[in-house]
Write a protein that binds this ligand. Structure first.
Ligand code: ADE
Length: 225
């Protein structure tokens, strides 16, 4: 998989890709991440990429021309499955969307900034718009990092234990059951005996019950479908 991230703040988004599981996925060549500084496509030597919005109002709007130049250049080099725009006014990211996107080969992610992008960018170039939640961030960069993380961990070979992405919370519309490790007793509080029993069918049954209980209590909306 290859992901091209277009941003006005490349430094803001780089560090999540330099550690842990995501870094290992890059080192193993399972994913390539390329950052594109929108200012390199600016209209003038001062790096102009934004302007006041027509009709008045606070906040600057990212202009279409630099974004067009950047996306067009990338599209000349390869075919993209999706051109994604990170913005709060979109449908919210969930596990099903991440699962689908993890099957793609090439994707562009455009990070919004300031007041957003000229609507014509969205109309002409964007194939999918994603919000990471009902709150407003200062830009799309942190959202793009979240999106990439959740997609990349699903690529086969990224997680050591092939099954562990499938047992994550939200796969099957359920939250994960509680987990325990050594010591089995800590200051008088015991781990559930069943987990130490070695009876794996019973352990699976217990985990399923716990997952359902937790979901009913914390996120009943996940069970509505
Ligand atoms: N940019 C600003 N807020 C955002 C959000 N909630 N999700 C994605 N991108 C954003």
């Amino acid at each position: 998989m290859r992901i091209d991230i277009i941003t006005v703040s490349p430094e803001l988004i780089k560090s999540p890709f330099e550690f842990s599981i995501i870094k290992r996925a890059i080192d193993k060549h399972l994913v390539e991440i390329h950052f594109h500084d929108l200012r390199k496509y600016a209209l003038n030597d001062y790096g102009k990429i934004d302007d006041y919005q027509f009709g008045g109002g606070a906040g600057m709007v990212l202009m279409i021309e630099p974004i067009d130049k950047c996306i067009t250049k990338l599209k000349e080099e390869r075919v993209y499955d999706e051109v994604i725009y990170m913005t709060p006014d979109a449908t919210t990211l969930n596990q099903q969307t991440a699962n689908k996107l993890s099957l793609n080969k090439n994707m562009i992610i455009l990070c919004g900034h300031y007041k957003g992008v000229d609507q014509r960018v969205r109309d002409l170039f964007i194939t999918k718009e994603i919000s990471i939640g009902d709150y407003v961030l200062s830009g799309g960069e942190l959202g793009a990092a979240v999106l990439c993380d959740t997609i990349i961990r699903l690529i086969p070979g990224v997680l050591g234990d092939e099954t562990s992405a499938l047992t994550d919370s939200f796969q099957d519309h359920l939250l994960s059951p509680p987990v325990y490790t050594r010591p089995s007793e800590y200051k008088g509080v015991n781990a559930p005996k069943i987990l130490l029993s070695g009876n794996f069918p019973k352990i699976d049954e217990w985990r399923n019950e716990q997952a359902l209980e937790r979901t009913k209590k914390i996120r009943p909306d996940l069970l509505e479908d």
